[in-house]
Design a protein around this ligand. Structure first.
Ligand SMILES: Cc1ncc(COP(=O)(O)O)c(C=O)c1O
Length: 340
């Protein structure tokens, strides 16, 4: 079986489980868990920020960060397909009291000058823009990497307008490996970041909010308010520390496997290998006989699991629990199905 639905389907390895089983723990709401404290310090240092805070999910980490950078009834600018506006169940509005305005989805290809024109100053009658969110890598943008020069231009525009910058960095590790940009270089460009340990890095749970010490102190209050204060979570933090040590650089293997999939499927006109930068492969099924649900069902019957995203769009994701044999199997099954 090759499960290519998502990089969140990975299971903790025996060595990761060993690290979890032997982790020192304490009550994290009291700030007593040494493994959590170590993980938070390590992640803050990786991104060159003062502090970081463990959160149970990427969505909660994003929402906590958004509350840090956008006061209630303030405005967030983001891409139309951004996870923070389109896939968090309306949390920015329902929980965080944030008004979102979007630029048309262009995947990872940002146009900083165009975004700058969308920024609205404070003062009656418009909703003041307080922050801009960028997704790195871009999930619905097929794992695209936002380039460093675009990010720098956006930072300059944000500074000029006095608005803050958040990075939904659920897969920022993949951007770091694909473009060779140090994590601290990304960190320096954002006021807040959320990063995930459970997407591609193999940990079962866990995300972190990364920011200044003052913002993280506030983040701890927001997390408790949301019901995200947890107790002996050193067990989870140990999995995260293991993931950071062992599973970042190996993402290059996942990227190479995604590229191999794209090359094999490109003759069917469903994917351009040049567009595949990291571990996500989007299949455009607008011209194929099978639509996304039909292709998904037929592949599943042969042990290859893929994700239907839209009626004519499917997603394949490589990760540390799919090896070369799994990719070969997926290529055999999918090419046979796309050929007919
Ligand atoms: C870009 C991005 N941000 C945030 C999230 C949310 O993470 P979680 O599922 O842990 O809430 C995801 C989940 O896939 C994601 O792809």
């Amino acid at each position: 079986m090759a499960d290519l639905r998502s990089d969140t389907v990975t299971k903790p390895s025996p060595a990761m489980r060993e690290a979890m089983a032997t982790a020192e723990v304490g009550d994290d709401v009291f700030g007593d868990d040494p493994t959590v404290i170590a993980l938070e310090a390590e992640v803050a240092a990786l991104f060159g920020h003062e502090a970081a805070m463990f959160a149970p999910s990427g969505s909660m980490a994003n929402q906590i960060a958004l509350q840090l950078v956008v006061p209630r009834a303030g405005e967030l600018l983001a891409g139309a397909d951004a996870h923070v506006v389109s896939y968090e169940m309306g949390a920015a509005a329902a929980i965080s009291g944030i008004s979102s305005r979007t630029w048309p989805s262009v995947g990872a290809d940002l146009d900083p000058a165009q975004i700058a024109t969308m920024i609205r100053p404070a003062g009656y009658p418009s909703v003041p823009t307080r922050a801009i969110a960028v997704e790195q890598t871009h999930n619905l943008g097929g794992g695209g990497v936002v380039g460093l020069s675009a990010l720098r231009e956006l930072r300059a525009a944000a500074d000029e307008a006095g608005v803050l910058l958040h990075c939904d960095g659920a897969r920022i590790w993949h951007a770091h490996v694909a473009d060779g940009v140090p994590l601290a270089t990304y960190g320096a460009l954002f006021d807040t970041l959320s990063v995930c340990l459970s997407k591609g890095l193999g940990a079962p749970v866990g995300s972190l909010v990364v920011a200044s010490a003052a913002r993280i102190a506030e983040a701890r209050v927001i997390r408790k308010r949301l019901g995200g204060g947890m107790r002996q979570i050193g067990i989870l933090a140990a999995a995260g520390r293991y993931a950071l040590r062992h599973n970042i650089e190996r993402l290059a293997d996942d990227h190479a496997r995604a590229q191999r999939l794209a090359q094999a499927l490109s003759p069917f006109g469903v994917v351009d290998p040049a567009a595949v930068r990291t571990n996500l492969v989007l299949l455009d099924l607008t011209k194929t006989r099978l639509d996304a649900p039909a292709l998904t069902a037929a592949a599943a019957e042969q042990g290859v699991l893929i994700a239907p995203m839209l009626p004519r769009l499917a997603r394949l994701v490589t990760h540390l629990d799919v090896d070369d044999a799994g990719i070969d199997r997926a290529i055999d099954v999918l090419t046979a199905l796309l050929r007919v």
